[in-house]
Design a protein around this ligand. Structure first.
Ligand code: NAD
Length: 478
């Protein structure tokens, strides 16, 4: 018997959860269910996180969480419960299988069978955003070595366990050489530990185009948080329906399983929603807790039900489908098929599908870190960068000089182009003069001078070398 936490959520959530649990129980799942309330009611009762302290305690105690979609009220500072659950519980890996069920579910890509492994905790989802000038806002993209190592290793271990042949990495490291560069570098490092698995890297733009066009060439794809968020929906959609996909959010201690779709409020309470997405999440949960025989039985019964042409309205097609059924009827049809296997679709075997046990991240010895310069960001509403350079040069110290000004990353001084469009947000790069070093004292002196000169400094970034290698981007055009 395994204790799990269940949240029925909002909209169609309760209907699809009841259907899913009825199938699991009929299949013989050994589950002890602790139900908690999350979502709209909790938000509207004044709790902006959508979940109570007691509910958190239940989730942390049971460590396995099956969750229906919830409705996040618009505006009003409500926090996304999904994002906070993933981050609070360290659920770093989002695993989303996307497989076509041709010819039973209509799709342009009859042979696709890929699994997207999305990093779930960092990247632009850190939600660290600031307005810095009248015209410019920023969002910090944080990528960490542990974040990259954990997700890339998960992808290779998953591929190994599932006997998959290839892991592909998508990044945009031709532009983001530090952040996406680290993700790609870690991918190359870890790929070497798995010589039996093919590995490849695609720049995300052409990779995404290929994914939408010829998904059958991909097997396992590992991606950062934002790319994975977007492309896992694309991948699920082109199998024929987002309503059929589930996902697992895996951490070192806890895990959460869900459908990928939302709470579909327009069709709530009508007993017509497709419970398949949540059921797919629940099957991943059964594998995770070691009840793989039950998982296999349920998945084969589900495939057989789709193959029988027993379809909810969202996948029902006149001609290819045989029976349009309600949520309840679909669950009953799956239950009636328990013990049966599909005949045209390939039956599943989950012999090796239990939770992965990955080594803990080991921090590497620290590199030698040296200060190599300073970027001072300035709010200035003038137009001529040469004029700004004259003002900012007044901040130079005996050993530190202005070397470059950029606007939104493009070099505008020295020798900028008259045509470059400039906003009110300027980066002024200071470097030590030849033969000198820059110190933290220089930074303080420089910023003190800026205050005296009435220059509106909005933030600074220290430029570092790690083991003597510059670890910051150059200005575009520099
Ligand atoms: P949605 O996924 O709820 O609905 C998109 C479309 O798909 C709708 O036409 C809907 O009727 C249909 N659909 C979704 N699930 C279905 C199912 N099981 N069976 C049949 N049809 C189904 O997306 P949305 O309308 O953008 O969002 C609605 C609410 O869900 C919002 O409040 C959003 O914040 C929330 N949401 C929650 C989650 C989550 O909890 N994991 C994820 C996404 C969206």
């Amino acid at each position: 018997m395994t204790a799990i936490t269940v949240a029925k959520g909002d909209g169609i959530g309760p209907e699809i959860m009841d259907a899913t649990l009825s199938i699991l129980m009929a299949a013989g799942a050994q589950l002890e269910i602790d139900e908690i309330a999350v979502g709209e009611k909790v938000y509207l009762a004044g709790n902006t996180s959508g979940i109570s302290q007691e509910a958190w305690e239940t989730i942390r105690r049971n460590k396995v969480f099956l969750k229906s979609p919830i409705t996040t009220p618009q505006g009003g500072g409500y926090k996304s419960l999904n994002v906070s659950t993933r981050k609070f519980l360290g659920l770093y890996a989002n695993v989303r299988p996307c497989k076509s069920l041709h010819p039973f579910v209509t799709t342009k890509h009859p042979v696709m069978d890929m699994v997207i492994i999305r990093e779930n905790e960092e990247d632009l989802y850190a939600g660290i955003e600031h307005q810095q000038t009248d015209e410019v806002v920023q969002c910090l993209k944080l990528i960490s070595r542990p974040g990259c190592e954990k997700i890339v290793r998960y992808a290779f271990e998953y591929a190994k366990q599932q006997n998959r042949k290839k892991v592909t990495c998508f990044t945009k490291d031709n532009i983001m050489k530090q952040t996406d560069g680290l993700f790609h570098q870690v991918f190359d490092e870890i790929a070497k530990e798995y010589p039996e698995i093919e590995n490849e890297h695609w720049i995300i733009d052409i990779g995404a185009a290929k994914l939408a066009d010829t998904p059958e060439v991909f097997d396992v794809i590992v991606m950062g948080n934002l790319y994975g968020d977007i492309l896992s929906d694309v991948a699920a959609q082109i199998t024929g329906s987002v309503g059929l996909a589930g996902s697992a959010n895996i951490g070192e201690e806890c895990a959460m399983f869900e459908a990928i779709h939302g709470s579909a409020p327009m069709i709530a309470g009508q007993n017509i929603a497709n419970p398949s997405g949540l059921l797919q999440g629940a099957i991943m949960m059964l594998n995770h807790i070691g009840q793989t025989d039950v998982a296999e039985k349920v998945q084969n019964a589900w495939l057989k039900t789709l193959e029988d042409g027993t379809h909810t309205f969202d996948v029902y097609r006149e001609g290819s489908s045989k029976r349009k059924v309600s949520t309840d009827e679909f669950a009953k049809a799956v239950i009636a098929n328990l013990g049966n296997k599909p005949t045209l679709l390939v039956p599943v075997s989950y012999a090796n599908s239990a939770a992965l046990n990955l080594p803990k991240y080991q921090r590497k010895p620290a590199a030698e870190k040296t200060l190599d310069g300073l970027d001072v960001f300035v709010h200035w509403t003038g137009e001529d960068p040469n004029e700004l350079a004259v003002k900012v040069k007044k901040l130079e110290t005996e050993t530190v000089e202005l070397t470059m000004i950029t606007n939104r990353g493009i070099k505008v001084w020295p020798e900028g182009f008259r045509e470059t469009f400039c906003t009110d947000h300027w980066r002024c790069r200071f470097k030590p003069t030849k033969g000198n070093e820059i110190t933290k004292a220089d930074i303080i002196e420089l910023l003190t001078k800026a205050m005296v000169e009435n220059i509106d400094t909005i933030k600074t970034e220290n430029l570092y070398c790690f083991d003597n290698k510059p670890a910051y981007s150059l200005g575009q055009g520099q």
